[in-house]
Write a protein that binds this ligand. Structure first.
Ligand code: PRP
Ligand code: HPA
Ligand code: MG
Length: 183
């Protein structure tokens, strides 16, 4: 299943493509129910959330708007710097909007706690979070994410949008990156 040129880079496949898709469908049914009758703006966080956004938005059986923000706190390493930078802002005015932030992972929580504050301060009617993955043991701040796909152990993971130095984003599964790749 892994491409030949990355064989050995993963110590373990944590979540298969099929497991991810089943869970995304479950989250979509919850989202449809919770936002019934309310217009919904999905805000994807580039670049990691590209795959989740593509699959989640197409699985939703309702109309949505989609916008993107790019923030970065990791650079090329495996540890959050804690400093969040806006690389690309939204095109959409958030006044009175119901916003659902779509993310790949809550790791330390620094990115999402900062982002939720930032978006809430723009006059949104509501701001909630949907993250495919969460690492409970890595939390430095508490992030109240309404929709979480999977809680995973505290290892650096790649695939399905998640990168190490911009590689591995295109894997269909999520796996643990072998320390020999980055040490
Ligand atoms: O909870 P945290 O510790 O803040 O980590 C989570 C964030 O870090 C990663 O993004 P990154 O800054 O690496 O940018 P990228 O999405 O472009 O890879 C990931 O996509 C999340 O946005
Ligand atoms: O485990 C991770 N992998 C890739 N990118 C990340 N950004 C935060 N945590 C991670
Ligand atoms: Mg990253």
């Amino acid at each position: 299943m892994e491409p030949a040129d990355i064989q050995g880079d993963l110590t373990e496949v944590l979540l298969s493509e099929a497991e991810i898709q089943v869970r995304i469908a479950e989250l979509c049914r919850e989202i449809e129910r919770d936002y019934q009758g309310r217009p919904l703006l999905l805000v994807g966080v580039l670049k990691g959330a590209v795959m989740v956004m593509a699959d989640l938005s197409r699985e939703l059986r309702r109309d949505v708007e989609i916008d993107w923000m790019a923030v970065s706190s990791y650079g090329a390493g495996t540890e959050s710097s804690g400093v969040v930078r806006i690389l690309k802002d939204l095109d959409t005015d958030l006044t009175d909007r119901h916003v659902l932030i779509v993310e790949d992972i809550v790791d330390s929580g620094l990115t999402l706690s900062w982002l939720r504050e930032n978006l809430s301060s723009r006059g949104a009617a509501s701001v909630e979070i949907c993250a495919l993955l969460r690492k409970p043991e890595a939390a430095k701040v508490d992030v109240d994410a309404r929709y979480v796909g999977f809680e995973i152990p505290n290892h650096f993971v790649v695939g399905y949008g998640l990168d190490y130095a911009e590689r591995y984003r295109n894997l269909r599964a999520v796996g643990i990156l072998s320390p020999h790749v980055y040490s």
